[in-house]
Structure formats: C-alpha cells, structure tokens
Design a binder for this molecule. Structure first.
Ligand code: FAD
Length: 416
C-alpha cells in the first residue's frame, strides 16, 4: 500500500518506520530541512512511562491561581480573544475532575508502557545511538505536602503495574550523588527505575536516516497546504510544490494538525502549549546529574545527554507564538544553576522553545477518522517522546489491517 505521513517529528518518523517495516511504500512530507527539527528538537529527554499523568489534574486549577501574575510561573495563560482557546480551556478544566484525571492517566500509561517496551527492539533493529540512558527517573521533592501527595499517587501507580520506590533524602543522594550539593532542602524522592532518557532529536534524525536507507521517501522542505477529499476518502495532499496521491494518509503535524483537519469537518482538540529548554555543555565537569530528574517543586526535568545537560519545563498558552521569551528561558538557567552550580558552563547554555501539541485531556489521538483512508497520530502533548514507538506501531498495525496490540478506543478523535 502507498502511505503518506505528514510531518517528520518523532511521531511521524516512528509511524514511517513501522509502516516501512510492515512492507508499505512510505513517503514523509516535512516542511523543515530534516527530521525532528520542531517540537521534537530539544525536549526534556525523558521516556517517562511511569509519569504519564496528564497536566489536567485536580490540583492544577489551585496551582494556577497560586502562580497567577508570576512571570516565571510553571504554567502561564495568556488570555486571547480566541474562542477556540476558551473552549479548549473549559475542556481542560473538566478533565481536572479526579475521575477524569484517573482515567486519562491509565490511558496514557497503557500507551507509554507499550511504547517503552518497543524501544529496545528499535535500538536492536537499527543500531541507532541517541545518548540513551536506562538509569530510571528520580522525582525529587522539597515540600513534605507534595511528597505525601506523590507517595499516595505512586502507590496507586504501583497497583497499576508501574514500578516505583519511595526514597529518603540520603537514598536520593545515593542514587544521584550530584544532589549532595542541594541536599539541605530535599525531603525525599520517588524512583521509577524502569524509565529511560535520551535525545529525541538524535533519535528522530537517526531513525529517519535508517528509514531513508530502507526506502522511505522523505520530502523535506515541502509545506503541506491542504488535504483534498473526494466523498468519504482523502484523494491527495497538496503542498507548495505539488500534489501527492496515496492509498492512506497519516497526520502527524504536531500542533499544526488541527489546522488541516478543520476544513475536513474533523474536530481535533489540539492546542499549542509552549515550553522551554536549555542545553548546557558539561565537558570537563563531573558534578552534573547522570540520572534523569524531575524537580516537582519547580516543575522542571533534567536529562543527561552525553556531554550535555538538558533542563526543560514551563507551559505557556499563547497560541502559535513561537518567539523565545529569554526571561522564561533564563529562569530555567537560574534554577538549574542554583541546584547544580558547577554542572557545566551555564553561560554557554543553548536556549530553546517548542510547542507541545496538547489535547485538553492530555491523551493523544491515534486512530481512524470519518474518512476511510485518513488516520491521526498526533496530540501527544507532554509525552510525545515517551509514546512515539507505541503510537507508530499501533497506527502501522491499523493501516495494515492487523489488530493493534493495545485497544485504540481511548485515543479516538470521536471523544471530542
Ligand atoms: C519543553 C518541552 C519538554 C518536553 N519534554 C518531554 C519529555 O521529557 N518527554 C516526552 O515524552 N515528551 C516531552 N515533550 C513533548 C514532546 O517533545 C512532543 O510531544 C513531541 O515532540 C511531539 O512530536 P510530534 O512529532 O507530534 O510534533 P513535532 O515534533 O512538532 O513534529 C511535527 C512536524 O510536522 C511538521 N509540519 C508542521 N506543519 C507542517 C506543514 N504545513 N507542512 C509540512 N510539515 C509540517 C513540523 O515541521 C514538524 O517537524 C516536551 C515538549 C516540550 C516543548
């Protein structure tokens, strides 16, 4: 079958990889000059299957009130005269209800665990190197109330089959000695030792190269303009250069996916949520953390990527604005420098911003549409790197007429 994948982020590239493995003739259309150059470029690096809770959770509305007016607030709303943003925000608040948040966490965990299981097979099959580490993820806390809530949540996750262990401050330091310098504020941590970390851009770039060598046709520098339909099926995709026809089409355009589906009458509730990261060179320093960390109080994550330290966080609802607000990025530099002052050369930190394609329930959209040959694999929000392999395999199975290994019903676009 001839299949066209729109978008060569980590999601589209994984879909192309599995479609190629299933024997399809695959073309990927991407506006950038290479794979993984937009949101998949400099994310937090965590394959955090055990941290799959969506942002929409019972405590978030109260935290947002607490952070109101703070320029370095982890979550920042810029209220715009855009009814779609208001409708999305309303749905987000509904999903903060405890019962919804629990269901969404379970749905996210299912695809995340499945995805994590597939990563070793990809490494073995392709031999790609992406600064992968299998040291787990350590959540660290400076506030006893938050730690107690974390312990409560982690007990529930254990019941769902997610490995985790509560650690004392000393045990946290034994796991990650770089924490010794900021130990006085630490009240404890939670270690999920089966989680992983790695460079999503390196992974996407390398995987795309393997796919290209295996016959996938990457059309870089082509801007998708429209998806053209004929009755209940998609006939072609039009770019700024030409038209592409195929038997099946997969939309993996990240935050831009809904813009091409709206004219087709498909209500995909994905909204861009801006995040920031910094990448600090650590050459010559041995005091940078090696274990991937989640700083719960500051809502930032740390990942060791070879001789670099990636620190990422913050969420800003400001539409499709991709401008880098240096103040927001520098606040991450300041927090990282405060915790690990000699981890690397902070003056050389590379600042980056990207738009997470976020659904109001925090659950991705993977599956068919009302058009018989149009499929969606998008809306992975805060967890696209964590869920990439599972999403790609599931969509390839579906298109191939095989039953996916996991039930895709919770990820349907029909839920909106
Ligand atoms: C600060 C930050 C930290 C994060 N940390 C983590 C983390 O630790 N772990 C985790 O699992 N996830 C994390 N994420 C989320 C993760 O990075 C995303 O979910 C993931 O990258 C989304 O991948 P994607 O392929 O859907 O989107 P993208 O990577 O944006 O890919 C979409 C592609 O479509 C292309 N495209 C768009 N429009 C067009 C068009 N008109 N024509 C042609 N091509 C087009 C784009 O160029 C792009 O390459 C983080 C995100 C951010 C911003």
């Amino acid at each position: 079958m001839k299949v066209i994948v729109l978008g060569a982020g980590v999601i589209g590239t994984c879909a192309a990889y599995y479609l190629n493995k299933a024997g399809h003739e695959v073309t990927v259309i991407e506006r950038q000059g290479g794979a993984g150059l937009e949101t998949s470029f400099a994310n937090g690096g965590q394959i955090s299957a055990s941290h799959a809770a969506p942002w929409a959770s019972p405590e978030v509305p109260f935290q947002m009130l607490k952070w109101l007016g703070r320029r370095d607030a982890p979550l920042l709303f810029h209220f715009r005269l855009d009814w779609r943003q208001w409708a999305w925000s309303f749905r987000f608040l509904i999903n903060c209800l405890p019962s919804r948040a629990r269901k969404n966490t379970v749905d996210n965990m299912r695809i995340s665990l499945y995805s994590r299981e597939l990563m070793p097979e990809i490494r073995e099959d392709t031999g790609i190197d992406y600064d992968y580490r299998a040291d787990g993820i350590l959540e660290i806390y400076e506030n006893q109330k938050d730690l107690d809530a974390g312990i409560h949540h982690s007990a529930w996750l254990r019941d769902l089959g997610c490995d985790n262990r509560v650690l004392s401050p000393d045990e946290c330091i034994a796991v990650e000695p770089a924490l010794a310098g900021s130990a006085e504020n630490l009240v404890g941590g939670i270690l999920t030792s089966e989680d992983e970390s790695g460079d999503a851009h390196k992974f996407t770039h390398e995987l795309a190269a393997v796919c290209a060598a295996r016959g996938v046709d990457f059309r870089y520098g082509e801007d998708v303009r429209a998806i053209e339909t004929d009755g209940d099926e998609v006939r072609a995709v039009r770019t700024d250069k030409r038209s592409f026809e195929a038997d099946a089409f997969v939309v993996s355009l990240g935050s831009y996916s809904p813009l091409f589906l709206r004219p087709l009458g498909i209500n995909l509730q994905v909204f861009p949520t801006k995040g920031y990261s910094i990448t600090v060179p650590i050459t010559g320093s041995n005091s940078a953390p090696k274990v991937s960390l989640t700083d719960q109080d500051n809502r930032i994550v740390y990942s060791r990527l070879g001789d670099r330290m990636r620190v990422a966080g913050t969420a800003e609802f400001n539409g499709y604005d991709t401008e880098l607000d240096e103040g927001r990025a520098r606040s991450i530099v300041a927090k990282a420098r405060e915790r690990f002052p000699s981890a690397g050369d902070f003056d050389q930190a590379e600042l980056w911003t990207g738009l997470r394609p976020l659904t109001p329930d925090g659950v991705p959209v993977i599956g068919p549409t009302k058009y018989s040959n149009l499929y969606l694999d998008t809306g992975h929000g805060t967890l696209g790197w964590t869920m990439c392999a599972g999403s790609g395999k599931a969509i390839a199975d579906l298109i191939s007429g095989d039953a996916p290994d996991i039930d895709l019903a919770p990820y349907s676009v029909e839920r909106f």
